[in-house]
Structure formats: structure tokens, C-alpha cells
Write a protein that binds this ligand. Structure first.
Ligand code: NAD
Length: 289
């Protein structure tokens, strides 16, 4: 457990938690190499030269290398034909050296994200975004889980925040965050409510929660009226504004109301890459036997 900081609201330190995950993964990689003589390898695939995606992918590659995972990156031209991109994915899927495949999104408009993702075998799907991985999660079966929801749960676990029987409100129902997170919380025996853009009285629903998780992609959507005193508030949102980064929660408004709060930056963000590493070593362990 991480010792809470002084003051009324405990700030959940995602950087510290992510560092712990990375150290664990580094140890697991070493043990795996010692036991099997094989090293996990992550193929990140970047199509084109979108600047934000370039930064995300280079961060992922650097994080992999730092824990001993092989960096098997592929850069594909922005105008690549769908059939050629599919062939690259098929080749990586068949390559034993590649234990994890991550197709960086978004893709150029002429490429079909769903068709390409489906070429990633479930056991190499370290982003947890294929239909097979989503199906395993929906049925509560073992599988690789999307990294951001997995990071949220790991952060809550590190602070020993109880989820069994807890009222948890997830704001957002995206394929990437809200929806899988709600299912993972159900698996942890939470009582889960999912809010979205058509929810009638968002603040009223959120106020019922022991744990509120904001993943709506709307800057400062949740304010004081949405937080019950002492509630745990997790902010998944990231928005770049003139004054710096902000999240989906108005931090100044809730700081003395929430019992726990994740900062932006330094909360959920660092957990996402850490969980990608954890997924990559887990995938390798399953493949190496
Ligand atoms: P998305 O746009 O795909 O989904 C947003 C969801 O929020 C939708 O389901 C929508 O119904 C709901 N929503 C939108 N407006 C709402 C409103 N006014 N009230 C209630 N619900 C509303 O976004 P996403 O990919 O799930 O990402 C959400 C946020 O999390 C974004 O800010 C994104 O940048 C951030 N994000 C952060 C990380 C990380 O590593 N920290 C990872 C992924 C996404």
C-alpha cells in the first residue's frame, strides 16, 4: 500500500504506482528470460506521421526497452494500402519473436481500424481492443484487458480502495475506456452505473457514488455538485489548454470534498503505459508456456 499524503484529500500518485508496475515487469522479464531463454517483444505499429501518435509510440518504445522488452517497431507510410497494412499485421501475428502487437490509433482515414485490429491474435492483443479480447472480458474470462481501465484499477488497488459492493459511477461508455472499465469493475463485484452524453442528471447520479471515474473527454465536466464528501474521484480525461493540462474533473472545486483524487497530469496517464508493459509480459508468459 502507498501511504496517503497529509491533508483532507489524498492525491493518488500515478507516477509512483506506475514506477512500481515497471519495476515488477522488469523482474518478470528477467525471470522469463532465465526460465525460457526467450525475451518478450512488442511490435508497435505507427501508420503515418501524426505528431501526437509519434510521441505516444516513442514513449511506449522507450518504456519497453527500459524493462527489457524487445522493441520490434514498424513504421508504415501514411498512404499504405489496406491490403499491405493487413499483410504486415499477418506477418507479425505469425512471428514467434513478436509476443505483443499494438496498432497505434487513430489510423489514416482510408484504413479500416476494425478490420486491421481483427488481425491481431487475442494472445498478442496487448491493447485489449480486439473483438476477441472484448468478448473474453464481457464473459468474465481470462484475457488481455485495455491498458487505461487496467491502470485505473491498479491505481485504486495500490491505495487499497475497496471495490467489492462499492457504488461506482463511470462517466463515459467508449470502447477504449468507459465500457471495458465498467465490465472490469463488475468483475470486482462493484455496483456499477455507467453515465454518458444522454444521462439526464449527471451530477445527481455521480453524487451517489463511493467512487466516480470521469472518462468523458469534456474539460472540467465534473464539479463540486457531482462529488459526495469523502468519495474517491478518478480523472481519466486529458486536455491541453493554454495554462497546461486539465482533466474531466474541476480539481480546484473538488479538492477538499473528495476523499481521494487523481491529479492531471501524474494520475491515470502514467498508469496506461505501465499496464501496456504488464500486458506485454503477461502475453509472453502465456505464449512461452
Ligand atoms: P470518447 O470521446 O471516445 O468517449 C467519451 C464518452 O463520454 C462517450 O461515451 C460519451 O457518451 C461520454 N460523454 C461525452 N460527453 C458527456 C457528457 N457531457 N456527460 C456524460 N458523458 C459524456 O473518449 P475516450 O477515448 O473514452 O477518452 C475519454 C477521455 O480520457 C479523453 O479526455 C481522453 O483524452 C482521455 N484518455 C486518457 C487516457 C490516459 O492514458 N490517461 C487514455 C485514454 C483516454
Amino acid at each position: 500500500m502507498i501511504t496517503p499524503q497529509e491533508g483532507r484529500t489524498t492525491v493518488l500518485d500515478g507516477r509512483a504506482s506506475a514506477e512500481r508496475v515497471r519495476a515488477e515487469v522488469a523482474g518478470q522479464v528477467q525471470a522469463l528470460v532465465a526460465r525460457t531463454g526467450r525475451r518478450p517483444g512488442l511490435a508497435t505499429i505507427l501508420v503515418g506521421d501524426d505528431p501526437a501518435s509519434q510521441v505516444y509510440v516513442s514513449n511506449k518504445r522507450r518504456a519497453c526497452a527500459a524493462v527489457g522488452i524487445r522493441d520490434l517497431h514498424r513504421l508504415l507510410p501514411a498512404d499504405i494500402a489496406e491490403s499491405e497494412a493487413a499483410a504486415v499485421l499477418d506477418e507479425l501475428a505469425a512471428d514467434d519473436e513478436v509476443t505483443g502487437i499494438l496498432l497505434q490509433l487513430p489510423l489514416p482515414e482510408h484504413l479500416d481500424r476494425r478490420d486491421l485490429l481483427e488481425r491481431i491474435p487475442a494472445e498478442k492483443d496487448v491493447d485489449g481492443l480486439t473483438v476477441a479480447s472484448a468478448g473474453l472480458l464481457a464473459q468474465g474470462r481470462d484475457g488481455l484487458r485495455p491498458c487505461t481501465p487496467a491502470g485505473v484499477l491498479r491505481l485504486l488497488d495500490d491505495y487499497e480502495i475497496p471495490l467489492r459492493g462499492a457504488e461506482v459511477v463511470v462517466v463515459g461508455r467508449s470502447e477504449l475506456v468507459g465500457r471495458p472499465l465498467a465490465q472490469m469493475l463488475l468483475q470486482r463485484d462493484a455496483t456499477v452505473t455507467v453515465c454518458h452524453s444522454r444521462t439526464r442528471d449527471l451530477a445527481e447520479v455521480c453524487r451517489r457514488a463511493d467512487v466516480v471515474i470521469a472518462a468523458a473527454g469534456v474539460p472540467r465536466l465534473l464539479s463540486a455538485s457531482a462529488v459526495r464528501p469523502g468519495a474517491v474521484v478518478v480523472d481519466v480525461g486529458i486536455h491541453r489548454e493554454q495554462g497546461g493540462l486539465c482533466g474531466d474533473v474541476d480539481h480546484d472545486a473538488v479538492i477538499d470534498i473528495a476523499g481521494h483524487l487523481t491529479p492531471v497530469p501524474g494520475g491515470v496517464g502514467p498508469m496506461t503505459i505501465a499496464m501496456l508493459l504488464a500486458n506485454t509480459v503477461r502475453a509472453a508468459r502465456l505464449q512461452f508456456g
